[in-house]
Design a protein around this ligand. Structure first.
Ligand SMILES: [Ca+2]
Length: 485
């Protein structure tokens, strides 16, 4: 309520009916209430972006296809909007995350492959000196790229990054140099959930320095703790927190009980979360995966409870999605394929947006949306200026979530080395080592019936849209680390 002549007059007339002492108290109360309301109306909304790692499209309890429990994410969906046609820009971690941070296709921002020392996957143990000059330490998101942190900090936000950064580990690439005021997490692609080592290399950071202070504690518990620490620090400034769990990604550790070090440990989760799934799911590996998801859900629940308890819920936009499709733990049915593939199972991910009284509650939308929309949406919510002089590839999606308009997105393109895919309207085209074809998603979500032979004109049209996109990417101002320029 703003103080207008009318409501001030009515307040005064009410005051006249009380005693002199009560009159003064009432006036003080009214002026405090007005000041508080004016301040909260002026305060920009907080923004919480939660990203999970390799959580499959069907892997929410509310979808009901698996014995997976995610009560807090289910509640978020019940009180917000759940998207069923939300895509990421790449079927694995690094380029997908680079896109959500920059609002640009990986082929534009230059980070269009993994930053990863491939030798670790073959049991190679790096010395510190060897690791220091390896790709994991020397490559990262081009320093000229403007991130969500830069954009929102420019609008007066306090910005935090907790969890898996994956945009490079050299100091110039770490969050504190990329628009964030706070960082706790790992800079690289993956860690052991307890030792925080990546195949033997200690990888947890607090700010710009590696820290072993929390060694032995499960990563999700640490990210929950640090997210709450960031949110509690200074309620007066609007904040943006990018909370990227490494769960339920497989651990980056050698399996100690296996004679062959090539065997990975798989997903790790605390016993109390794993035990209830034993006997309910087909394997121990799957029980660990489900436990990791439920533990993450618990952490999300605690953070949301904190927002409610501190009166911040009404003024906080929460967006949740997974960085790529499920890695095969229990499959992505009804979708085909998994992480690293160009099938829907690699690219389509669970999505929830929540903002009490600002976007609808309990709505499910099948509108065509992608992670490229995140940066323009957050910039609009924050009243922030968009990065200048660089093409962005998405749009503000709030009007679509509110049901005020259909998604302006009609097409989307993907490329991972020789693997290519496009979605144009309801049509999906795939050309990859693992197969290909033309599919009608409106009738065949599982990409089972290749219509290339039946619909040659449509095939030609989609391929031609892909070629146009590719030419645009080639013509864009080149960025490192992979582009040759
Ligand atoms: Ca991932």
């Amino acid at each position: 309520m703003k103080t207008t002549p009318n409501n001030l007059a009515s307040s005064l007339s009410r005051c006249l009916a009380v005693t002199r002492a009560g009159w003064l108290v009432l006036l003080v109360v009214i002026s405090h209430a007005d000041a508080a309301e004016t301040a909260s109306a002026a305060k920009k909304p907080n923004i919480l972006l939660i990203v999970s790692d390799d959580q499959g499209w069907p892997d929410l309890g509310c979808i009901g296809t698996k014995p997976l429990r995610t009560p807090h994410l289910d509640r978020l969906a019940a009180e917000g909007v759940r998207g069923t046609s939300f895509y990421v820009t790449w079927p694995a971690c690094t380029p997908s995350r680079g896109s959500l941070l920059t609002g640009r296709y990986p082929q534009r921002n230059g980070l269009y492959d993994m930053i990863r020392n491939d030798l670790v996957n073959f049991g190679h143990r790096y010395t510190a000196e060897e690791y220091a000059v390896s790709p994991e330490m020397t490559l990262g998101l081009d320093p000229r790229e403007r991130t969500l942190g830069d954009v929102l900090r420019g609008a007066g936000y306090r910005t935090g990054m907790v969890g898996k950064w994956d945009m490079g580990q050299a100091r110039r690439y770490l969050p504190l140099q990329r628009g964030f005021d706070f960082f706790y997490g790992h800079g690289n692609n993956g860690i052991d959930y307890y030792t925080h080592e990546r195949y033997g290399v200690h990888s947890m950071f607090a700010g710009n320095a590696r820290t072993e202070a929390d060694k032995g504690t499960y990563a999700t518990d640490l990210f929950r703790r640090e997210a709450l620490r960031f949110i509690r620090d200074g309620k007066e400034t609007p904040w943006f927190l990018y909370l990227a769990f490494n769960a339920p990604h497989g651990a980056s550790s050698f399996a100690s009980d296996q004679p062959d070090e090539k065997a990975h440990t798989g997903v790790q989760a605390p016993e109390k979360y794993v035990a209830p799934y034993r006997g309910q799911v087909a394997s121990e590996r799957l029980a660990q995966y489900c436990g990791a998801v439920t533990c993450m859900d618990d952490a999300i629940g605690e953070i949301l409870a904190h927002l409610r308890q501190t009166g911040q819920a009404e003024n906080t936009l929460v967006v949740f999605f997974s960085d790529n499709g499920g890695s095969g733990n229990g499959g992505n049915a009804p979708l085909r394929g998994q992480k690293s593939t160009m099938w829907e199972g690699g690219l389509r991910v669970p999505f929830i947006a929540w903002w009490p009284n600002k976007i609808p509650a309990g709505k499910i939308t099948d509108e065509f949306l992608t992670s490229l929309e995140i940066l323009p949406t957050f910039a609009s919510v924050a009243g922030a200026k968009l990065p200048k002089d660089v093409p962005l590839d998405g749009f503000d999606l709030l009007a679509v979530l509110r049901g005020e308009q259909s998604s302006p997105r009609t097409e989307m393109f993907w490329q991972r080395r020789g693997d290519k895919a496009a979605r144009v309207g309801q049509w999906k085209w795939v050309e990859s080592e693992k197969g290909g074809g033309l599919f009608d998603l409106s009738a065949d979500l599982g990409e089972k019936h290749d219509l290339s032979a039946e619909k040659p004109d449509m095939l030609q049209q989609v391929r031609s849209r892909f070629a146009t996109w590719r030419a645009k990417m080639d013509a864009t101002e080149p960025r490192g680390p992979f582009r040759d320029y």
